[in-house]
Design a protein around this ligand. Structure first.
Ligand SMILES: C[S@@+](CC[C@H](N)C(=O)[O-])C[C@H]1O[C@@H](n2cnc3c(N)ncnc32)[C@H](O)[C@@H]1O
Length: 205
């Protein structure tokens, strides 16, 4: 980040009501509010569910999900960055695109998952085509993984970015899930091109 863009980022953070709210409520990140808003709208989480959180650090989604699946549920989370422990969350640190890391997450699950969440995003290089290709590869890795671990009827929520790749990702999900919807929760910054694809009712193909 250049000095000017980091000054702009800091000014945005200071103005952002979700950042303030997260600080006041002692939350891990403002990102947790996106999952809370999606959950309120689409009823994604219930007590007892087994959930995978891909790209979990610093832990806003995991924190929210662990609270919603209790009692009886659990969350297995992964990130290449470290994450401070959260009750009810089993954390694996590593690059999820490495087969051994994905296998560790699968092993920690020990059975099928009800819901796979992916908020993974690449570190942006500023080279648009490169960043878009990286983001698409992460979304595809999340979809491949979800198709391997979801129980029939399970759901997937995956972060994607606006662009020409979106139609193919939607089509790919449409082949394996009964319904695919696009979501932009209010807590997602309007200037960000991030979106979420919500794929429901997985059926083995
Ligand atoms: C937008 S942040 C996630 C925020 C999180 N959902 C929260 O609520 O705090 C995206 C995360 O994806 C992680 N990530 C990106 N690529 C990854 C990869 N290949 N393997 C594991 N984590 C990855 C990043 O390290 C980063 O922490």
């Amino acid at each position: 980040m250049s000095r000017a863009s980091s000054r702009r980022w800091l000014a945005r953070q200071r103005r952002d009501p979700y950042v303030r709210r997260a600080r006041e409520e002692g939350r891990r990140s403002r990102a947790g509010y996106k999952l809370a808003e999606l959950d309120r709208r689409d009823r994604l989480l219930r007590p007892g569910m087994v959930v995978v959180d891909l790209g979990a650090a610093p832990g806003g989604w995991s924190e929210y999900a662990a609270g919603r699946v209790a009692p009886g549920g659990r969350v297995v989370a992964v990130d290449r960055l470290p994450m401070a422990p959260i009750a009810g969350v089993d954390f694996v640190q590593g690059d999820f695109t490495e087969a051994a890391v994905a296998e560790t997450v699968r092993a920690r699950l020990g059975g099928p998952a009800d819901l796979v969440l992916s908020d993974m995003a690449p570190s942006l290089s500023g080279v648009r085509d490169r960043d878009r290709a990286l983001a698409e590869a992460l979304a595809l890795a999340a979809i491949d993984f979800a198709e391997g671990v979801l129980r029939p009827g399970g759901d997937l929520l995956v972060k994607v970015f606006e662009g020409p790749e979106l139609a193919a990702l939607r089509a790919r999900l449409g082949a394996a899930f009964a319904a695919v919807a696009t979501r932009k929760p209010p807590a997602s910054r309007a200037r960000s091109s991030e979106l979420y694809l919500l794929a429901r009712h997985y059926s083995h193909v």
